[in-house]
Design a protein around this ligand. Structure first.
Ligand code: ADP
Ligand code: MG
Length: 419
């Protein structure tokens, strides 16, 4: 069966080999076991359910949260020569019935549906007339209220699976799952003793570093760093709009051309700066976390965090915008005890719910630990995401390289977080 998966990979997708994890995930699904996959964005989750869908009898239902995402995937499959269709609120009921009938007649192997559909009794009835072999749940974290993209309609998936006469194999996919969210997904979807795969988080070409510095030292560090790399493109993230403005001015006053990006700017200016950066007319971008969603610039050589972000997920996502081309790139976090105060304040301002606040604080605590650990930074991050087989030492981060001056802010951090 795996031989066939390889042939499908080549024949339909044109790829010669699987990425780490993909083959075992496909094997797990084909063996009929519920499968839960945690893999970062861009690592290649879609293949992991599309290839088994082609091999299994009958059809695969794919639950997907966004109409645009569904359309993109169905169009992409079409160009690969794979027959797929979607059903969501953009279609009339007669069109929905037509697509279901076509699916029943064997026209499609994959049927993408919006979770809201499963809340409709009549639609669930229609689905029971289909030979469903697999249900793939994309963006599965949407089922958890702990996640940031909670979608109440995802709660309909679990009961729907129960309702089906013959239970199909269920595969859930997400890029983000802390232990709480992971547990929640398994419970809410009713996954039966699932095989869990956490893979693809390691980015070999990223050189991770943490430096403990005060405000003024941070500026000086950045000035020297970017001056020494006159040809390279980089992003500098700050925690607030005000700091974006100030740091950008500081760099420009010192003869460097930097652009800025934050949510408080006029759309036109923001867009212009973003395009200049993407098309290499501007090599430095100072920005808040508003910058970067959906930006695919491959030659970013460094991402510097002027402040510690609120959690590891946010940090790794932003830092991960460096080195998309696979060439070496640096991710440097400039840490100061003030960052803890600021992040704690921001959580208190924005998270009213006490349970939820506790949860965010615990994530902040892990972020602080990352800044203070003397152990391998890569191992810390991979371990955080649940990749249990990560080597103890990567040999390239600032802790492995031992280039970091150890400064004891542990006591200060502890007091701040516990009060
Ligand atoms: P995810 O859903 O995990 O964010 P996608 O499934 O959209 O990621 O895949 C991201 C990109 O990686 C796609 O362009 C896909 O074609 C490509 N890709 C996936 N698997 C492989 C592979 N084995 N070899 C080469 N490219 C791959
Ligand atoms: Mg995806």
């Amino acid at each position: 069966m795996l031989e066939q998966a390889k042939l499908t990979l080549k024949k339909y997708y044109g790829y010669d080999s699987f990425r780490p994890g993909q083959e075992s995930i496909i094997a797990s699904i084909l063996s009929g076991k519920d499968t839960f996959v945690i893999m970062p964005t861009g690592a290649g989750k879609s293949l992991c359910f599309q290839i088994p869908a082609l091999q299994l009898p009958g059809i695969t239902l794919v639950i997907s949260p966004l109409i645009s995402l569904m359309k993109d995937q169905v169009d992409a499959l079409g160009t690969l020569g794979i027959a797929a269709a979607y059903i969501n609120s953009s279609l009339s009921y007669s069109e929905v019935r037509k697509r279901v009938a076509e699916t029943r007649a064997g026209r499609y192997k994959l049927l993408y549906v919006a979770p809201e559909r499963l809340q409709l009794e009549s639609f669930r009835q229609l689905l029971t007339t289909l030979p469903v072999s697999m249900v793939a749940i994309d963006e599965a974290h949407c089922v958890s209220q702990w996640g940031h993209d909670f979608r109440p309609a995802y709660l309909a998936i679990g009961p729907f699976l129960q309702e089906l006469g013959q239970r199909p194999v269920v595969a859930a996919f997400t890029a983000t799952a802390t232990p709480e969210i992971k547990q929640d997904i398994v419970r809410q979807l009713g996954l039966a003793d699932p095989r869990i795969f956490v893979t693809g988080f390691n980015r070999e070409n990223l050189h991770l570093a943490v430096r403990t510095l005060r405000g003024k030292e941070k500026r000086q560090f950045i000035l020297e760093y970017v001056t020494a790399r006159a040809e390279q493109a980089g992003i500098i993230y700050t925690a607030t709009r005000k700091e974006t403005e100030e740091l950008c001015n500081f760099l420009n006053e010192n003869g460097l051309t930097a652009g800025k990006y934050h949510a408080g700017m006029a759309d036109a200016e923001r867009k212009r700066n973003q395009e200049n950066f993407i098309y290499d007319n501007l090599r430095l971008m100072v920005a808040t976390n508003a910058f970067g969603m959906g930006i695919d610039k491959s030659n970013v050589r460094f991402v510097i965090h002027y402040n510690m972000p609120k959690n590891i997920e946010a940090y790794y996502q932003e830092a991960g915008r460096a080195g998309r081309d696979g060439e070496p790139a640096e991710c440097i976090l400039l840490f100061g005890a003030q960052d803890i105060v600021l992040q704690k304040f921001l959580i208190e301002q924005s998270v009213p719910h006490p349970e939820r606040r506790k949860y965010e604080m615990a994530k902040l605590q892990s972020m602080v630990e990352y800044c203070q650990t003397s152990r391998c930074l890569r191992h810390f991050i991979l371990n955080y995401f649940g990749e249990s087989d990560a080597p103890e030492e990567c040999g390239t981060c600032s802790n492995c390289g031992n280039e970091r001056e150890v400064q004891d802010v542990t006591a200060a951090a502890h007091t701040i977080l516990s009060c």
